[in-house]
Design a protein around this ligand. Structure first.
Ligand code: GLV
Length: 313
């Protein structure tokens, strides 16, 4: 019988996780990673968020590691990560729906220039920053058309935005034009009034959103970063905003996190910062997803969000 060892969110949160698992899957044995008497078994699953290198190395004999994050670069980048142990990313309907809601909020905010309203309210200024443009007249380009990117694209498409996507390799997403590969990137960027970053963080994608890339967007375009802070060259972003190359940015991820007091991103009048909150499913939704993944692996089925350490996500 499978057993789940819980390390996610630290020792203080293990009891809460265990109660939640007990409600959803009473037969699933759970225990704490922090139990000093814990003896690991080859059929154990582990639920993790961040881990020290020593903890990662200790997981080398496990059946699988399931991460509470949709992004797993922090695990795969650690040389101590046991690459032969299957690693599964967080998924599930609520994770995707929350991300889609966040991106919709951010896209509408950029479209109507809600940042100006926020600044005006602080200054008690009543001024109509008239924007007579609808979502149907706004083209959104999503970089990273994996599980989350494709879901977000369909959500925005249903609302009425003109949506396209870009990814390294071709993929069909019904109703969405997907550009594939480096050679298609300029065509994709040229038509993105709002660029959404949902790429995985890998050696190829880090620093990819730099001044040269931003320059290829329509003048005054918006940027929504819900990938990782390290995708964006932050000095280039500020330059692009100051020069009007970009009209605004919504950043849910930054380098570093938390963003320190005094960082120029906080006060920039064209930037909205949110504290890495775009998509964190409820504990119950995460528990249901993890139980499904364990069920699939126990039946020797391949979970949809199994990572490929060679690919980096
Ligand atoms: C959050 O960024 C996540 O990886 O889920």
């Amino acid at each position: 019988m499978a057993r789940l060892i819980i390390s996610a969110d630290g020792p203080d949160n293990v009891a809460g996780w265990r109660t939640a698992f007990h409600h959803v899957a009473p037969d699933l044995e759970t225990c704490s990673w922090y139990d000093p008497d814990l003896e690991l078994r080859a059929d154990d699953y582990a639920l993790v968020w961040t881990l020290s290198s020593a903890d990662l190395a200790r997981m080398k004999g496990l059946r699988a590691i399931i991460c509470t994050g949709a992004g797993v670069n922090h695990l795969l980048d650690d040389p101590a990560f046991p690459a032969h142990v299957p690693l599964v990313r967080m998924g599930g309907d609520q994770t995707a729906a929350l991300m889609a809601d966040y991106v919709l909020w951010a896209a509408l905010g950029l479209l109507r220039d809600a940042r100006t309203w926020a600044l005006q309210q602080v200054a008690e200024v009543w001024r109509n920053n008239r924007v007579s443009r609808t979502c149907a007249e706004t083209r959104v380009g999503i970089m990273g058309m994996g599980h989350l990117g494709a879901y977000v694209a369909c959500h925005l498409h249903h609302v009425g935005f003109a949506v396209s996507g870009w990814r390294r390799s071709a993929r069909d997403v019904p109703g969405i034009r997907v550009f594939a590969g480096d050679e298609a990137l300029p065509d994709f960027l040229r038509d993105a009034d709002i660029l959404v970053n949902l790429l995985p963080s890998t050696t190829q994608t880090r620093g990819m959103i730099n001044y040269d890339l931003l320059k290829q967007l329509p003048h005054g375009a918006g940027l929504i970063n819900v990938g990782r802070g390290n995708h964006v060259v932050q000095a280039d972003l500020i330059r692009a905003l100051d020069e009007g190359v970009l009209g605004g940015a919504v950043l849910d991820v930054t380098v570093p996190e938390p963003l320190p007091a005094g960082d120029p991103l906080w006060r920039h009048e064209r930037i909205t910062v949110t504290p890495h909150v775009a998509s964190e499913a409820s504990r119950e939704a995460q528990v249901r997803y993890v139980v499904d993944v364990i069920g699939q692996m126990e039946r020797n089925e391949r979970p949809a969000l199994l990572c490929d350490p060679g690919r980096g996500y």
